[in-house]
Unconditional design. Structure first.
Length: 375
């Protein structure tokens, strides 16, 4: 009787479920940031009356920003298989840093302006801008202070991609695949690393080391098709563990400490595994809608919070409690973001400012151009 050793299967072509999950993750920003208007947690630009639904939604939304970094890491693997490290970094600079600069100078300031108006500011927008860009006295971003706001994600994504490009290229050249992650138990273990990294220093209240770990985990999963197959097979287990972890997070409330951090990281990691598994099972197919969303996702991300804060300011002036204001803020900000994207995609200067590049012929589908931004 002979035995054979499984040969690692280097990750194949880019999977459609990565794109679908990224687009759905960005879409989730609308209910999430609307809930920030009505939750009982941290401050926000504008605030309505607290309700339980919003508070629970925010408390259980620990997974969606890690999901975006995880998927960016997976996309990074497929990008680096076809690119040199130099080209990869150059593309990240043009597609991330240009929109970041444009967003900080143009898109973000209205959020702070409406935050100040919500707190009683009655001056002009021009007067506000002078103070916004010249006063560094320690304002809070939710109180009108200068800040990258939600665009911190773009900055972190660029820094992480640049910092990890050489290790990723080295692993690709070696043909490395994390065979241990083919089995359910070892696949659960990264939450221990995530908990340890969470005690490293933060930048602006966010831990770039933890997000870098999610990015690298996404990269490693993408290197081996068998790992993704195993995650797909074990998706019911991961879903059950994620639900149990979410219950633990709610039971612990906002507690800090090693146990609470470990429970939250376990809940987050198992939720991501469940999302990947069910996404691979049900979303690994292309469509015209996917091609459209791939290009729209990044501009919508950049624009959404400014529209949401502006709409929230005006809606709360008429009603600040109940489901109607929540739905109005969420739906109207989504419609305005999508309408703005329709303008952006038709005008080359705006496309460049949002990292989309100039319009090209139909031989280069929009979905191909757009999805590369968040790789």
């Amino acid at each position: 009787m002979t035995t054979t050793t499984a040969t690692p299967r280097q990750g194949g072509g880019r999977r459609k479920h990565i794109d679908w999950l990224r687009n759905l993750g960005i879409l989730f920003l609308f209910p999430y940031h609307t809930a920030r208007v009505f939750d009982d947690g941290a401050p926000f630009y504008v605030k309505g009356e607290v309700n339980t639904f919003s508070s629970v939604l925010v408390q259980l939304s620990y997974w969606f920003m890690p999901l975006l970094f995880l998927l960016a890491g997976s996309a990074g693997f497929h990008a680096l298989k076809r690119r040199s490290a130099r080209r990869y970094v150059g593309e990240r600079a043009s597609r991330l840093l240009v929109p970041l600069l444009f967003g900080v100078l143009v898109v973000v300031p209205p959020q702070a302006y409406y935050a100040m108006r919500f707190r009683g500011y009655e001056g002009s927008y021009a007067g506000f801008l002078w103070r916004y860009f010249t006063d560094f006295s320690g304002w809070s971003e939710y109180g009108g202070g200068i800040s990258p706001a939600h665009l911190w994600f773009i900055l972190f994504l660029f820094l992480i991609a640049v910092a990890l490009v050489q290790p990723m290229r080295a692993l690709i050249r070696r043909g490395y695949t994390p065979r241990r992650l083919r089995r359910p138990l070892p696949t659960l273990m990264p939450f221990v690393l995530l908990t340890a990294l969470s005690y490293l220093p933060e930048v602006g209240g966010k831990n770039i080391f933890v997000f870098a770990a999610y990015f690298m985990l996404g990269f490693l999963i993408a290197t081996d098709d068998a790992v993704m197959d195993g995650i797909e097979r074990s998706r019911p287990l991961y879903l059950a563990l994620a639900v149990s972890g979410g219950a633990g997070v709610l039971a612990l409330g906002g507690q800090e400490g090693l146990v609470a951090t470990g429970v939250r990281d376990f809940a987050c990691w198992t939720a991501l595994l469940a999302i990947l598994g069910y996404g691979k099972r049900h979303l690994d197919r292309g469509s015209k809608a996917l091609a459209y969303c791939n290009e729209a996702a990044f501009p919508v991300y950049v624009l959404h919070q400014t529209f949401l804060v502006a709409v929230g300011f005006h809606v709360l002036g008429h009603a600040d409690s109940g489901p109607v204001p929540y739905l109005l803020i969420m739906v109207m900000s989504f419609v305005l973001s999508l309408a703005a994207y329709e303008i952006v995609r038709r005008w080359n200067p705006a496309r460049i400012a949002f990292g989309l590049g100039r319009r090209k012929s139909s031989a280069d589908p929009a979905g191909e151009r757009g999805r590369r931004i968040l790789q």
